[in-house]
Design a protein around this ligand. Structure first.
Ligand code: SF4
Length: 360
């Protein structure tokens, strides 16, 4: 029987949410009569609202107002009121499974071997080379097996587009100007290429290969932006470095990335977002490796990494390098990254990237 209303419970990091969009898209396309809703963390809502519409996105603030057993019960009550008939637990946590049980959702799908798997009616093997494919398998119990597998795809929010157009316009960035974007942040310290390396890269590329560079990230990344600004010479009184760290909402970050001629980022959420917008991406991998299945997916993505016996040393990165050298990223030279940037630009010449900001 075709579900009437289905919830995709994905309360993980932004990059994981981006890699879940192919599952959402497969369900939407194969089950047009089904309302497909999202349950996400507050920071991920602006990512999925342009896809599903604000009316089909629910927020689970598990680290904030919805924390603890009381918060779990409140979220379950919100789900119960909406009378979902199918739930897909994208995450492998017991908390997610308990929430879906308390919500009284009669058909629950999740991964075999997950902490909450005894609470699922359908247990799907966690197999596949890439997270996108592992997640897509969760649609199989509903008879949905898309061929070929859809790629991650995002759309921008029109209000955020307008805000970013104004922000860039005020900074003298013309519509259509080739804008390099760099995202020096990452969730874990060991996944960060050093600020001095980002600065040296920008000095090699701006001005010249690109006219301007925008640095995106949180307020905690301001040191990187300052280091880059110190390294890059201005033209007359105009610095080519636009510091947007701590100045954009998530929706505006997506809109900035949609304007990027190319993004250089660590193994982090901006790399996934820009790739899903069809933008060229050079992503720098250190303690993690693409073979773990979490690399950004897109037609214009290059991963730069060093061949070291210690890699990978963790699944998601860590606060400290276990061997104390951080040579995976500290030893990555800006000339190698600049070569990857120029190589990607050359490969893309004549083959225009997908239009930014839209979803079919
Ligand atoms: S152990 Fe190797 S891969 Fe891990 S952080 Fe250190 S240098 Fe990088």
């Amino acid at each position: 029987m075709t579900p009437r209303r289905l919830i995709l419970a994905q309360t993980s990091f932004l990059g994981d949410v981006v890699l879940t969009t192919p599952l959402w898209r497969a369900l939407r396309d194969a089950l047009p009569e089904t309302e497909v809703w999202w349950l996400v963390r507050p920071d991920a809502a602006p990512i999925v609202v342009p896809l599903a519409g604000a009316g089909r996105v629910l927020v689970f603030d598990k680290r904030g107002g919805d924390g603890g057993p009381g918060g779990l019960a409140r979220v379950a009550a919100r789900l119960r009121a909406l009378d979902f008939d199918v739930a897909i637990a994208v995450q492998r946590s017991l908390r997610t499974a308990l929430t879906l049980v308390l919500a009284g959702i009669p058909e629950r799908i999740g991964f075999a071997g997950a902490a909450g798997s005894p609470l699922y009616h359908h247990r799907v093997a966690h197999r596949g080379a890439h997270a996108r494919d592992r997640l897509l398998a969760l649609a199989a119990p509903l008879g949905v097996v898309p061929q070929p597998a859809p790629a991650p795809q995002l759309a921008t929010d029109p209000a955020a587009d307008a805000a970013v157009a104004a922000l860039l316009g005020d900074a003298g960035v013309a519509e259509g100007e080739e804008l390099l974007v760099v995202a020096p942040g990452a969730a874990w310290e060991t996944k960060r290429w050093p600020a001095a390396s980002f600065a040296a890269l920008v000095r090699a590329l701006v001005p010249g290969t690109f006219g301007r560079v925008a640095v995106v990230g949180t307020a905690g990344d301001r040191g990187h932006a300052a280091a880059i600004a110190r390294e890059v010479d201005g033209v007359a009184d105009r610095s080519p470095v636009l510091d947007l760290t701590g100045r954009t909402t998530t929706a505006e970050l997506v809109a900035v990335l949609a304007r990027a001629a190319l993004l250089v980022a660590n193994d982090s959420a901006p790399a996934h977002i820009a790739a899903a917008l069809g933008r060229p991406v050079v992503s720098l991998f250190g303690p993690t490796v693409p073979a773990q299945g979490f690399a950004p997916l897109g037609a214009h993505v290059r991963v730069v990494e060093r061949a070291l016996a210690c890699r990978p040393c963790s699944r998601h990165g860590s606060a400290y390098c276990p061997i104390g050298t951080h040579e995976c990223l500290a030893g990555l030279r800006e000339s190698e990254v600049a070569a990857a940037v120029r190589g990607l630009l050359g490969a893309d010449a004549g083959a225009a990237p997908a239009p930014a900001g839209g979803v079919a």
